[in-house]
Every structure is written in structure tokens, then in C-alpha cells.
Design a protein around this ligand. Structure first.
Ligand SMILES: Cc1cc2nc3c(=O)[nH]c(=O)nc-3n(C[C@H](O)[C@H](O)[C@H](O)COP(=O)(O)O)c2cc1C
Length: 186
């Protein structure tokens, strides 16, 4: 192995692909939507999900005012939409009318976007500035899914019916999984 020096953490694309999702929110005045690759579950019980959002994003202040957010997983066929949502700011363009983004509002008042196969409707728990991003975490209050793409077990567990998640490789490159590479080790 060689040590990479100097390194560019901003372009650590050799550690990708990462799953690309879209987080939406509504603060009573503005609806926001941004794409994210920095997101992760933090706890099973209670169910907690986190997103890492730069304070530069329009969505940042909307989410921290709304104190709710919804995380959307889109199939690979919608990668163009994920790229467009992540390429323009709600400060300049109303993405909801311009793209457009058909949606309904969840009981938490989060916009739930059409075309996602899985959506986590989250209520804010806390946030913390970590360097140049804000880690925001919330409790998953409900989950929406598309029955054509997601299979649900009796215990409420879910699986993808069609293995086509949207994965991001950096620099506008998207990829999905190769079903032929599946290994069943258990
Ligand atoms: C695939 C992809 C992943 C992204 N991941 C993140 C991320 O994890 N955190 C973040 O703050 N911005 C991320 N961005 C950038 C925002 O999505 C982008 O700046 C967006 O235009 C912000 O919109 P807003 O200003 O309306 O909130 C990503 C963009 C793309 C295309």
C-alpha cells in the first residue's frame, strides 16, 4: 500500500458508490428538496435516521425550522431526477413547480415525492455541526413504500423486489447493482 499524500477528502470517490437519496421538508413557508449521499441509520429502537447537510444548502434552514424531514430512495431509472434535485438550489428555483415534483404531504407535513420506492417520514430529534456539515437526526415515524418494487414481510421487514437502487459514484456518475454478482452467504 502507498500513503495518499496530499489527499482530497472532498473527492474521495474511490470509497464510493454510495446510495443517493433525496430529503424533503416543509417549514410552513418553503418546501425543500436536496439530494444526499451522506445519510445513515443510527438506531433500531427507537428507529433513528440521520442526514448530513451543508449549512450552505437552502434545505438546511428549512429542515431546522420545520423540525421534520423525509428521506426518499429512488430506483435507478430516476437517477436523472436525483441529479437535477441535487444540481440546483431552492434559493434560486422552486424545484417543486419547475422540475416538477409531484407529491402529497405526510401527517408530519413532509412532501412525499412520487416515484420513490421507499420513504422514511422523520421527526427531528437533534442536530450537531460536524466540521462543515450539520448532522441532523430524526425518529422514523412512518415508512411509505411502492408495492411494485418493495416486498414486505409479516414482521414489517422489507426487501427490494427489483435490485436497482440508485448509487452515486461522484462527478455526476450513477450506477446500480449487478444482480449476477449476488452471493448468498447465509
Ligand atoms: C448525488 C448527490 C449527492 C449529494 N450529497 C449531498 C450531501 O450528502 N450533503 C449535502 O449537503 N449536499 C449534497 N449534495 C448537494 C445538494 O444536493 C445540492 O447542493 C442541492 O442543490 C441543494 O439544494 P438546496 O439548496 O435547495 O437545499 C449532493 C448532490 C448530489 C447530486
Amino acid at each position: 500500500m502507498r500513503e495518499l499524500y496530499p489527499f482530497n477528502f472532498r473527492r474521495l470517490y474511490a470509497s464510493y458508490p454510495r446510495s443517493a437519496v433525496v430529503a424533503t421538508s416543509y417549514d410552513g413557508e418553503h418546501k425543500s428538496a436536496l439530494s444526499l449521499v451522506w445519510h445513515t441509520p443510527l438506531s433500531f429502537d427507537p428507529p433513528v435516521y440521520s442526514i448530513s447537510v451543508s449549512p450552505k444548502r437552502f434545505s438546511h434552514d428549512v429542515i431546522l425550522k420545520a423540525l421534520t424531514f423525509a428521506v426518499h430512495f429512488f430506483p435507478y431509472e430516476r437517477a436523472e431526477l436525483v441529479e437535477r434535485i441535487g444540481s440546483v438550489s431552492g434559493r434560486e428555483v422552486d424545484k417543486f413547480s419547475r422540475l416538477p415534483l409531484p407529491h402529497f404531504m405526510s401527517p408530519l407535513k413532509n412532501p412525499i415525492l412520487e416515484g420513490a420506492y421507499l420513504v422514511l417520514d422523520c421527526e427531528y430529534l437533534d442536530h450537531r455541526l460536524v466540521g462543515d456539515h450539520t448532522l441532523i437526526w430524526g425518529e422514523v415515524k412512518r415508512i411509505y413504500y411502492d408495492p411494485d418494487l418493495v416486498e414486505v414481510a409479516e414482521d414489517g421487514g422489507t426487501d427490494l423486489k427489483v435490485l436497482k437502487p440508485t448509487l452515486y459514484l461522484g462527478r455526476g456518475r450513477y450506477i446500480t447493482v449487478d444482480v449476477g454478482s449476488l452471493k448468498r452467504l447465509r
